[in-house]
Design a protein around this ligand. Sequence first.
Ligand code: ADP
Length: 401
Amino acid sequence: MKILVVNAGSSSVKYQLINMDDGSVMAKGLCERIGGTGGVGHITHTPLATGKEKYSSDKDFPTHAEAIAAVLEILTDKEYGVVKEISEIDAVGHRVLHGGMEFTESCIIDDAVIAAIERCIPLGPLHNPANLLGIKACQAVMPGVPQVAVFDTAFHMTMPPKAYRYAIEKKYYEEDHVRRYGFHGTSHRYIAQKAAEITGGVHRLINCHLGNGSSLCAIVDGKCVDTTMGLSPLAGVPMGTRSGDLDPCVVEYLCNTHGYTVSEMLTILNKKSGVLALSGKSSDFRDLEAGANAGDEDCALALEKFAYECRKYVGAYAAAMGGVDMITFTAGVGENSDTMRARICDGLQYMGVEIDEEANHQRGDVVDITGKNSKVKVMVIATNEELMIAKDTEALVLAAK
Ligand code: ADP
């Protein structure tokens, strides 16, 4: 089975065509600047299955429909294509940000599912409308091809009420559905499954998904019991440009002091905060490490604060689960920054966490960095959200046959 995985953003569409016979990526690419946002639209496409060079071209993408049409065109192109006909694509798997309380797992898309994703728009106002545009564009250009929705929130729906309820009046939960949802669920689920596969089963796992956006997840026997993000992806540890947790009174105080609207304040907290704000330099951890190494104190503080908040959540989740058997690091920072992994683990020796310095420098999709005397297994595992989406899609499509 060949599955097209689509991640539609407000002005972009990322895609991968995956061959489920061996899980290989046949082609991947990105359409940017859809809807004339900031210049001419652009497509980059890498036909991995053919070994050919990357294809790149300017294209006009007035809407998502033109972008999806361009993706199908290049996937079947004589020179850069990887399939002969569109009909070789068996199904499409879509990443959808917010499933609210409506979705506890992935599902085949029909009118009722589209209506439910629409009902979740107030919870995911930036992403859900874009995800829907991607779904509708695929339905239009690939009629009859099954489409599956895979939600970022679904994996976290196993949290107990003590983890997902906020300490505010019940009506806000019951009527407005205000609660912790959590995100990066597809990545946390992929790592939980992979960790179990590698070790033969893991009881209490803490997965640290550390990228541009970061979240930690406490997982017992493969099920999420707590996670750092909340109603939105703004909560938890500080991130590239997001503040992470702060006292809600900061919002009112700065709105009053500077005359910001709440929406302006949230843009600041989402786009101009986190390690970017602490360093005053960059949201990219490579720049921060270079800055800190050159003696920049703000860069050093940004890295220290990030590691400190991650370490605090590892401690909190060990307490929540009555211990921890394994810690995993994944995503851009988690997979690539040995220094950040070392910073986070330094100070966790009291709970039996030790990493092997030499192993920590090694690279690979799966690296065991557990220290000689460590009581807790520590591993770096590369995440693969697209493969997880494709696997869900394949399973649902086969079950429906
Ligand atoms: P996203 O959350 O957008 O999916 P990624 O998981 O791809 O992001 O992570 C991107 C981030 O990973 C970059 O912003 C960068 O800070 C970080 N990163 C990538 N490579 C390295 C590296 N070698 N050292 C430190 N940080 C890195």
